[in-house]
Every structure is written in structure tokens, then in C-alpha cells.
Design a protein around this ligand. Structure first.
Ligand SMILES: Nc1nc2c(ncn2[C@@H]2O[C@H](COP(=O)(O)OP(=O)(O)OP(=O)(O)O)[C@@H](O)[C@H]2O)c(=O)[nH]1
Ligand SMILES: [Mg+2]
Length: 274
């Protein structure tokens, strides 16, 4: 699936770094980055980010995911999630692949212990509530706080939140203003969705993929920059693809060619290996 770079942000939105020059600029940045990689680097480049869906039980989290992945909905037949469920969605953009792993968690209290570990490492959180149950909107703040807490030591500045009002097809008791206020408080983007009709479901996940793809890319570019600077510092000259790989794996130790690396004498090697 191609990532649509739709930066028209519903709700509050946030300013992304690479897209400031528009889609043209973004594409060029991605293409320049890809061109700067050796074929070895390109082969091993893995862009993957995790998003977790949290919220009270019965708000419609699993149905939302089912609509996105299977494009189906079965009324009143969904069972509560026990523990966890997850899917991976592969996206591509300008020749780069990006995997969005989506984790659906259980809203029931008794299954919570299994979920906490999964919160760790998530770059985004979908806080789901039922548009017909105001209490579930109030609880979203606590759910999001749990996920934030697990990630505050590692990447809290990159962490992003999507507030999602489910069951749009049914009678609303949560007003738009109430939802927008919570979204503003959480600095979240707000979506109203219906797993039943399919309204906004694809738009939501495409937007999540788009935001996380950019963050993953910026992170990767920074890492590559550091590696390249290290190479320059160590005056590493790379002659072939293989050398790039070996040198990269060895953390820029300055080996120019594997043929130059002398094997230890056989006898010594036997002793050393015990
Ligand atoms: N009308 C309507 N019903 C929905 C929609 N989404 C979910 N439901 C119903 O809401 C109920 C709960 O849906 P689930 O997706 O299982 O809820 P959940 O949030 O995953 O619940 P837990 O797994 O217990 O945390 C089911 O009976 C669904 O049929 C929707 O968009 N419209
Ligand atoms: Mg569920």
C-alpha cells in the first residue's frame, strides 16, 4: 500500500519536519536519502514503527482494526480481546518500505498485565472511545497516560497521539466540542470513525502511517549521518559493497578491506578456542 502524503491535518495536528516544503520537497528528501545509501544499506534498511490502540472495553477497538485489515464488520458478534492482537501493514513510498505494526489491546482490566509490555517502544497511540458513552472519553486520558509513561524515558518528544471517536454511525452523546477539547489537552489529532460504515477508518491509519513513516525516516537519517561522520573521522575508504557491510557491522573501526585482515595462526586459534 502506498503512503498517501496527505498532510491536511484533521484536528489540532502538528508540524512535521520533512514535509515543510510540501509533497515535492518530501519526495526529494526521501529520494536523496535513498540515493545516498549503498545497495547493502538499502537491503538492510528496515523502517518499522509501532502504534497501540487503547481504550475502554467495548468501545470498538477490535472492530476498527478488523475494518482496516479485512474491510469487514460483524454486528454484535465481536468478543472481548483477551490479551493482545496485532497486524503488520506494509507501506511503500518513493522506493522505501515501511511497516506499521498495529497492536490491539484489551480494554478489560483483568487482561491489562499482558498489555503493559506492548506499550513500550510505541511511537504512537490511538486512544479510542465510544461516541455514545461520555465516560469512555474521560477514560482515554488515563489510557494514553499509561502508554506515555512506558515511553517517556526513550522517545517522548516524538510520541504522538490520535484521539478516535468510534461508532460514528450511532447516536452521539459526546459533542464535537467535548472531543476537540480532550484532543487539544492531549495534543492529539482527532478522528470520528465507524467500523460499521467504514467512515474515516482508512484515513485514520493512513495518517498514522504517514506521521510515523516520517519520524522513522528522520531517525534513520540521523543514524546514517552519525555513521557517515564516524567513517570520515576514521578515514574509512569503502571499496565494495561487502566492505560497506563489514565496516558498518564493525562500527566504523577502519578496516578497509577484508583481504587485509590477517587470520590468526592456526595453532593459536585452536588454543584460543579452547
Ligand atoms: N454500530 C456500531 N457498532 C460497533 C462499531 N464498532 C464496534 N461496534 C460494536 O461494539 C462492540 C464492541 O466492539 P469491539 O471492537 O469488540 O470492542 P473492543 O474495544 O475491542 O473491546 P475489548 O476487546 O473488550 O477491549 C461489538 O458488539 C461491535 O459490534 C461501529 O462502528 N458501529
Ligand atoms: Mg477488542
Amino acid at each position: 500500500m502506498a503512503i498517501p502524503l496527505n498532510y491536511v491535518t484533521p484536528g489540532t495536528g502538528r508540524d512535521l519536519s520533512l514535509h515543510k516544503t510540501g509533497e515535492e520537497g518530501f519526495r526529494k528528501a526521501v529520494e536523496d536519502f535513498t540515493a545516498s545509501l549503498s545497495s547493502y544499506d538499502r537491503r538492510y534498511l528496515q523502517l518499522e514503527e509501532k502504534v497501540v490502540i487503547v481504550g475502554d472495553t467495548q468501545v470498538g477497538k477490535s472492530c476498527l482494526l478488523q475494518r482496516f485489515t479485512k474491510n469487514s464488520f460483524t454486528d454484535n458478534s465481536a468478543l472481548p480481546t483477551i490479551g493482545l492482537d496485532f497486524v503488520k501493514q506494509l507501506y511503500t513510498y518513493a522506493g522505501l518500505s515501511f511497516t506499521l505494526s498495529i497492536w490491539d489491546t484489551a480494554g478489560q482490566e483483568r487482561h491489562q498485565s499482558a498489555c503493559t509490555n506492548v506499550y513500550r517502544g510505541a511511537l504512537a497511540c490511538i486512544g479510542a472511545f465510544d461516541l455514545g458513552m461520555p465516560m469512555t472519553l474521560a477514560h482515554v486520558k488515563q489510557w494514553v497516560a499509561k502508554v506515555r509513561k512506558e515511553n517517556e524515558k526513550t522517545h517522548i518528544n516524538e510520541f504522538c497521539i490520535f484521539l478516535v471517536g468510534c461508532k460514528e454511525d450511532m447516536y452521539h452523546t459526546v459533542s464535537d466540542t467535548q472531543a476537540q477539547n480532550v484532543a487539544a489537552e492531549l495534543k492529539a489529532e482527532y478522528f470520528e470513525v465507524s467500523a460499521k460504515s467504514g467512515l474515516n477508518v482508512k484515513a485514520l491509519f493512513d495518517r498514522v502511517a504517514c506521521v510515523l513513516f516520517e519520524r522513522a525516516l528522520v531517525r534513520q537519517m540521523d543514524e546514517w549521518k552519525k555513521v557517515n561522520e564516524q567513517k570520515k573521522e576514521n578515514n574509512v575508504k569503502l571499496t565494495s559493497e561487502e566492505d560497506v557491510g563489514d565496516e558498518f557491522l564493525l562500527g566504523g573501526k577502519g578496516i578497509q578491506n577484508w583481504k587485509d585482515v590477517k587470520k590468526p595462526p592456526r595453532r593459536w586459534r585452536c588454543c584460543w578456542m579452547g
